[in-house]
Write a protein that binds this ligand. Structure first.
Ligand code: NDP
Length: 617
């Protein structure tokens, strides 16, 4: 036994975990670092092409509904909500429940659904437990058909929520907001749109997530390609045939390239591989594939659920993935198993960790993670027959460096004779797009069609993530106020930008189950607007101190995340490898203790009753 003179505790000698390892941790560390370094690039986030100007043809159209001409609108409303996805729907629903009815929603899509409106590609499916993910299930009386919903069921549920709360009559579709200007004299927002509308709104809630704004790879020659091309989030079913379930019969005589191997590509590749004459999958960094195992909803189980079950389940899921104590893992799937394995091994009370130093705990965490990723790599060897292809499909980074994926069909697709993995080993990556194909590793691959599975504006400059102007008090741009990183109170309000609320993934407690997190924020905004009403205020705004304190809290708690992210291979989780860049990273800009801790903090803030950090006038 040794005693710690600082905290007067006694610690038992711990066996050195390195002595009993079945793999070479030093070699693995070296491999992770080499793979990361090969992918690091000076231009980071700037490597991507935004879908503006000549590239707006990849975004500014609606393949699913005709954009009809209409007259200009002149509207006065109490609350304008940007976005008809699950953020906007949750805010609208919670506000209506709180007694606010003078609401309008605006979206550039042709219907509700947000990211699920646009992402209808073959195989599009949510890999989060549907009983947690689909919001407002009890309110709308709906039970998902299976544990992991496909896109059509998710879109239909978005429409169900809209119908339930009477939101269709409040919606303005196929309309993009271009600018919001705060009018200090009249204490309203003047909003302009691409339809020439004139909207005056007392308050604005911005729920337009970045998952609807695609980005393209900065590959030389991308504008020279003479064949067909589109981004996954604007799937061209006229060209491919079929629908979300596949059956892409028009690809039978086509050579198709998919660029990108993230969560979208993982779901698409099995369908394209099944139907294309030949499929080339251009990979820069492999995703980590875990088993899926979808099952239909058990009607007996569904019938046994007591009122309040969805919130209980969502909280339980968040507890498990945040490494908080829980009695039973209600969701019990690949996500929760992953977090249980990686985090709960470090929970206080676990005999293996009692008395360990932070350094020993970090090492233990690294070992558990390496074992987890070893199973991911071993699974590839077991499924993919060609050893060279199997080797190229292996991810060499820690589990949460990139978004884990769950799919049972992706890996077997590489056993098909008509499917080729073109691995570019990180750098130099694809060399060039030519008029008739793609050149990589010195070889030109002629193709008829390129599908860009290259993601969204998740971590780019805010002006790209939020493609509209927001000018607050004194005409100051919100994006200038955020020039050195986002500044908010509790993620929703910024000093100098009155009556303007944000709902999303920044400076809040993050959840893997994004929609329950949005619903929690929707309730908070409902509370603040109710306070505004009860206090007879016309303006509510974050105070300078309230904002500064919250930003400091976020930065302080995120320090550990930044260290972790620096070791990671580049991606949108770590600002494409530029963690020290002034603009905060996705995970580095969240409230590190997680969504349930954030909600507890917000509950205590509400309980306190004085709305500290907000000024009402
Ligand atoms: P991602 O940003 O995750 O992936 C983009 C892909 O494009 C990466 O593989 C990236 O490689 C690759 N890429 C970028 N530039 C190049 C280039 N120049 N050459 C070759 N490859 C390139 O986008 P996704 O659309 O796949 O997913 C976005 C997010 O959407 C997910 O992370 C997830 O949050 C969400 N989603 C959720 C689903 C769900 O089930 N709930 C399903 C689908 C998506 P590299 O890694 O090397 O940068």
């Amino acid at each position: 036994m040794s005693s710690d003179p600082v905290n007067n505790s006694t610690t038992a000698p711990q066996p050195d975990p390195l002595n009993s390892l079945e793999f070479d941790l030093s070699a693995l560390r070296r491999k992770y670092r080499e793979e990361r370094d090969r992918r690091l690039r000076e231009d980071g986030e700037n490597q991507f092409i935004h879908t503006t100007g000549e590239f707006s043809r990849f975004k500014d159209f609606d393949p699913y509904a005709k954009r009809m001409p209409r007259d200009r609108l002149t509207i006065e409303t109490e609350i304008l909500i940007l976005g008809g996805g699950f953020a906007g729907l949750s805010v609208a629903g919670r506000l209506i429940e709180a007694g606010f009815h003078d609401i309008r929603l605006v979206d550039n899509a042709g219907d509700f659904g947000g990211t699920w409106y646009w992402n209808r590609y073959p195989g599009a499916q949510c890999d989060i437990d549907a009983y947690c993910y689909l919001p407002l299930l009890e309110e709308t009386g709906y039970m998902p058909r299976e544990k992991y919903s496909f896109a059509p069921e998710i879109q239909a549920h978005a429409r169900r929520i809209a119908g339930h709360y009477g939101l269709y009559e409040k919606a303005i579709f196929h309309t993009s907001v271009t600018a919001m200007n705060w009018d200090e004299d009249h204490l309203v927002w003047n909003v302009t749109t691409d339809r020439g509308d004139d909207v005056r709104a007392r308050c604005i809630v911005c729920g337009s997530g970045p998952g609807t704004t695609p980005k393209l790879p900065g590959i030389p020659g991308i504008d020279a390609f003479q064949g067909h091309s589109f981004h996954t989030s604007r799937w061209d079913f006229d060209y491919t045939g079929g629908d979300n379930q596949g059956n892409l019969f028009k690809l039978a005589d086509k050579r198709v390239a998919v660029i990108g191997t993230g969560a979208s590509a993982i779901q698409i590749v099995p369908h394209v591989g099944r139907h294309a004459k030949h499929l080339y999958v251009f990979q820069r960094t492999p995703s980590a594939l875990n088993p899926r195992g979808n099952v239909p909803t058990d009607p007996d189980w569904a019938g046994s659920l007591a009122p309040g079950w969805q919130r209980t389940r969502q909280r339980n899921f968040n507890d498990v993935v945040a490494g908080l104590p829980f009695d039973v893992d209600l969701v019990n799937d690949g996500w929760t198993d992953m977090f249980r394995t990686l985090q709960n091994s470090l929970l206080a009370g676990n005999a293996a960790v009692v008395g360990q130093t932070p350094e020993q705990l970090a090492l233990l965490s690294e070992i558990v993670d390496a074992r987890k990723q070893n199973t991911v790599r071993d699974r590839i060897d077991a499924i993919v027959k060609d050893p060279q292809t199997a080797e190229a499909l292996k991810p060499w980074y820690r589990t949460f460096c990139k978004r884990p994926c769950f799919n049972d069909e992706y890996l077997p697709t590489f056993n098909r004779p008509n499917v080729t993995l073109v691995d570019t080993s990180g750098r130099p990556g694809i060399e060039r797009i030519t008029s008739g194909g793609i050149t990589a590793n010195g070889v030109e691959y002629p193709v008829d069609c390129i599908i860009f599975a290259t993601g969204f504006e998740f971590s780019s400059d805010y002006r790209h993530r939020m493609p509209f102007a927001v000018n607050g008090r004194g005409g100051r741009s919100l994006f200038d106020l955020w020039a050195n990183g986002r500044r908010t109170l509790h993620g929703h309000s910024t000093h100098g930008v009155p009556n303007w609320f944000f709902i999303g993934n920044s400076q809040v407690g993050l959840s893997v189950n994004y929609t329950s997190m949005l619903d929690d924020q929707a309730r908070l905004i409902g509370y603040i607007l109710t306070q505004m009403r009860e206090r007879g205020a016309r303006v509510v705004e974050a105070t300078a101190d309230g904002e500064a304190n919250w930003v400091a809290e976020i930065r302080d708690k995120a320090a550990g995340a930044s260290l972790f992210l620096e070791e990671c291979t580049p991606g949108y989780f770590n600002n494409e490898g530029q963690v020290k860049n002034a603009r905060a990273t996705l995970t580095g800009d969240s409230y590190a203790p997680g969504v349930n801790a954030f909600n507890a903090l917000v509950s205590a803030w509400i309980e306190h009753g004085n709305c500290e950090g907000l000024a009402f006038k």
